[in-house]
Design a binder for this molecule. Sequence first.
Ligand SMILES: Nc1nc2c(ncn2[C@@H]2O[C@H](COP(=O)(O)OP(=O)(O)OP(=O)(O)O)[C@@H](O)[C@H]2O)c(=O)[nH]1
Length: 320
Amino acid sequence: MKLCQTLRNADRFRTVFDFGGREVAHWFPGHMAKGLKQMKANLKNVDCILEIHDARISFKTSHSELGFYFDLNKPHLLVLNKMDLADLSNKQKILKKLENDGVRNVLFTDCLKQRDDNVKKLVPLVMELIKTGDRFNREENRDYCLMVIGVPNVGKSSLINALRRTNVKKGRASRVGGEPGITKAVLTKIQVSERPLMYLLDTPGVLPPKIESVETGMKLALCGTILDHLVGEDVIADYLLFSLNRLGKFGYVEKYDLQEPSDDIQYVLKRIAVKLRKTQRVKAITGVGNITVTIPNYTAAAYNFIRAFRKGELGQVLLD
Ligand SMILES: Nc1nc2c(ncn2[C@@H]2O[C@H](COP(=O)(O)OP(=O)(O)OP(=O)(O)O)[C@@H](O)[C@H]2O)c(=O)[nH]1
């Protein structure tokens, strides 16, 4: 039954996405190199690195291409955040793949949840890693210091806030934003636990310098890592449709009152625009005078489609 569906889908939907000669280099601003340099310079002041990734792009992409890998001697914990948005039905496979890549310490988190049990596990887990490793020049320090690194908008500030909610019980420490690049202050030191006394160096979101494929760049864009306008909302929306169809996630059909799944982004955006009344009235000149016609606002529809995905309204996915 599943095989039949797969074969039917293979007939109906694109199996490869046409990136139209796009180049990733244009999407990544140069200031990120500065951020990376500052992080590297501060590594000697930390006991453990928290590398935070989006659980929807959790393994293939992140560790063949996105790993920061800059100090393999430091204890390292990979936090896969936004687990509420990820399809984790095959979690064991993800963990196995990561293990094959040499990543053994992994924690899935949902930082928006008021009390996430996994967030609670973070400090004890980090302590275990630090205790079994070598603190080098930090042996004398009574307090512990972590560095949180990750691409923009992945939830670094939210993780810090969740840690503080759990372990320090004081209000918000880090500003949380919906647009990539909101963590502007470089390397702010924030307390995240009282016992043991633990601080965390928050860093600005940076992309690793080497992103090999345009497809990885597009997945990052889809998850809100790169400012939409740098990539283009129309192409992000099309890649989203391509991905949903490929994964058999057809929640958009019911949400936007479509008759059936479609691979045609113009058609889907038109239906979304009609459903959400995102239409524009424009003047058209005809042979018999000016008339006003109503046309779909494709940009507004694409915006809504992408936002719905990012909020999890189109279902949980694993983009790798
Ligand atoms: N669904 C879901 N959304 C999350 C989670 N964690 C963070 N977010 C949302 O993701 C967006 C970015 O979160 P931030 O904490 O500002 O991310 P950041 O990595 O500090 O962002 P930069 O400052 O751009 O580097 C916000 O809209 C958060 O509400 C999560 O676990 N689940």
